[in-house]
Design a protein around this ligand. Structure first.
Ligand SMILES: [Zn+2]
Length: 186
């Protein structure tokens, strides 16, 4: 997976329906990236006008839109309902899979640690974002603070505290998983 910032998308202005790039286009075609990214930005701005958070995302495969996502934290009372997570969930439902190999996620803003991990778990090929964590911070969102927190020893965290407590049965679930010969690996 690669993470690509495309500042050109900041100036991109497109209509609601984005034309798919030509079939012969490179999957890394900057013009196609800018068009999909503009779609994500458009979804983010529209979501603000609908009462939601300023984040939007699109999952694309082979130049075709698979799914979109908009921030639904306040509407759904779900702090994990970030645009990228919403788009990944919708794309997995649309493609009937739990792995989005070969697909690209375009997001209006640099993924927060939650969404970045979700992108990794989803096995996306690429993530392309427009605004960055500092833009998000200016908007009042914790992206930068969370990245800085992850870089520090957990013992120094002054917000949610994380503790390890080993139990005799701590590894039982993994032992059960490894013994389960018909498990669905992911
Ligand atoms: Zn996020």
């Amino acid at each position: 997976m690669s993470i690509v910032a495309d500042p050109a998308a900041r100036a991109a202005r497109v209509g609601r329906h984005v034309a798919a790039p030509p079939a012969a286009a490179s999957p890394h075609d900057p013009a196609a990236d800018a068009r999909w990214l503009a779609r994500a930005v458009e979804l983010a701005t529209a979501n603000v006008h609908d009462g939601g958070g300023p984040f939007g995302a699109v999952v694309v495969a082979d130049g075709v839109e698979v799914a979109v996502g908009q921030n639904r934290v306040t509407r759904d009372l779900d702090p994990t309902a970030h645009a990228e997570v919403q788009a990944i969930r919708a794309a997995c439902r649309a493609a009937d899979t739990f792995a989005l190999d070969g697909m690209t996620l375009y997001t209006s803003c640099e993924p927060c640690p939650l969404c970045l991990a979700a992108c990794l778990w989803a096995r996306l090929d690429r993530v392309v974002f427009s605004a960055d964590r500092h833009d998000a911070s200016r908007g009042g969102f914790d992206d930068t603070a969370f990245y800085e927190l992850f870089a520090r020893d957990r013992a120094t965290w002054d917000r949610t505290r994380v503790h390890e407590l080993r139990l005799p049965q701590s590894t039982d679930p993994f032992d059960a998983w490894l013994r389960h010969t018909s498990r669905t690996a992911y």
